[in-house]
Design a protein around this ligand. Structure first.
Ligand SMILES: O=C(O)[C@H]1NCC[C@@H]1O
Length: 404
């Protein structure tokens, strides 16, 4: 892929132009940093620590306003990591959002699959070594994410470029449920009006590269489900529920760090709704074509990081939801389920993600999950910072501004 000539302006301030390729996956943006992010060194997790400790201003500049927005998402390429050196991965990546750096991101993985197949060696040094299967017309990319290696399969044209007409798929890191139908007690300070006096909710917890709490819309107090979504009220309910979970030491086990067993990080609350059903085949939309071979459907609304809303069906959470359904005996191996977001239900030309259990993954009754979805390019950016700009090397969220 050739990035077009940069526009004729210069960065007179603290940064060189930062060039980015912009994509969306089911409506969720991925801002892929092409050049201009400070150099990171060491293992992938060391690079993530450096990014957090020394360059968080770059994350804020690229994710928040005025160059981004509250719900922006980004990916930083890390060409050298310990697993790339060991031949176990082709390239590394760090994911970033409105609140920091995450461990896994399915929608960005789908976008990166296409981007990495299309990129040149200057940005992806091992690009020429990717394995191409001429029979299936696909190219494989092993992506080293903070949660582990994710195997991506990218449909490829005879020219070698990615094929936007067929879905990208990835196989998750081992995914598993940590609690089924758990009663979460809500202290008085953590209740919301739609509960109508209830003092607890029942939720499931599962891991798909990051930890998710899964709770039905009706269980949260929204009996008409996601068809009647109410973002401010659902934001309040999920914020309070997340806080009730993470402030209860008895619940630390449901999101314990996968490596150390120490208290980990609960990334998101996913509101689920199983009542909406598949799109009718007679519509012949992209969504119903993607549904072929799919037996069931769920819709979800994901609040993650600092109450950021995912426009996509949340690929990492699809892995967690398939592992959960498998643990409940509700989804067998190779059975396909369609996972929709509000956007994929709203735009029937934008299919949801299809999830299926691939095989057993060893420890903790975990399984590997295949997630399929479509991503598209939306454009390029070259960001600059003028030295006169009072916001400087930073970014802001209007709703988090504090006035003195
Ligand atoms: O698809 C995913 O897994 C991601 N989308 C935004 C939040 C999650 O990281």
């Amino acid at each position: 892929m050739n990035i077009p000539n940069l526009p004729p302006f210069q960065s007179h301030g603290a940064i060189q132009p930062i060039t980015c390729v912009e994509m969306h996956t089911a409506g969720e943006p991925t801002r892929i940093i092409w050049t201009g992010f400070p150099n990171l060194t060491g293992t992938l997790l060391e690079q993530r620590e450096q990014a957090k400790a020394k360059h968080d201003d770059f994350r804020r500049l690229l994710m928040l306003e005025p160059r981004g927005h509250y719900d922006m998402y980004g990916a930083i390429l890390c060409p050298e990591t310990e697993l790339v050196d060991a031949g176990q991965a082709d390239i590394g990546v760090l994911f970033m959002h409105n609140d920091g750096f995450s461990t896994m991101c399915g929608h960005a993985t789908i976008a990166l699959g296409r981007f990495l197949v299309d990129a040149d060696e200057a940005v992806f040094p091992r690009r020429q070594q990717l394995e191409r299967d001429r029979r299936t017309g696909t190219t494989s990319v092993k992506l080293h994410a903070p949660c582990g290696v994710v195997e991506i399969t990218v449909p490829t044209l005879a020219s070698g470029q990615s094929d936007p007409a067929r879905p990208v798929s990835f196989v998750s890191v081992p995914s598993f449920a940590t609690a089924l139908s758990l009663t979460v007690e809500l202290p008085e300070t953590h209740r919301w009006p739609e509960l109508q006096g209830r003092t607890s909710v029942t939720a499931d917890f599962a891991y798909g590269g990051a930890y998710y709490c899964l709770v039905g819309a009706a269980e949260l107090g929204f009996p008409h489900g996601l068809a009647a979504f109410d973002l401010p009220s659902m934001d309040r309910a999920t914020r309070l529920l997340k806080d009730a979970v993470i402030s209860n030491p008895d619940l630390e086990y449901v999101y314990a760090d996968v490596e150390t067993g120490e208290p980990g990080f609960l990334y998101s609350i996913m509101i689920t709704d199983k009542s909406m059903g598949l799109v009718k085949a007679a519509e012949n939309t992209a969504t119903c074509r993607a549904q072929q071979g799919v037996a069931s459907e769920e819709t979800g609304l994901c609040f993650f990081a600092n109450q950021q809303i995912d426009r996509s069906p949340t690929g990492g959470c699809v892995a967690a939801r398939v592992a959960l359904a498998h643990a409940k005996g509700d989804l067998g191996f190779a059975e396909k389920r369609m996972y929709n977001s509000l956007v994929t239900r709203g735009y029937k030309g934008v299919p949801g993600f299809v999830g299926s259990a691939v095989d057993q993954a060893g420890k903790k009754q975990s399984i590997r999950v295949k997630v399929e979805g479509y991503a598209y390019y939306t454009g390029y950016h070259a960001f600059v910072l003028e030295k006169e700009d009072g916001i400087g090397l930073d970014g802001f969220s209007l709703k988090d501004l504090k006035l003195q």
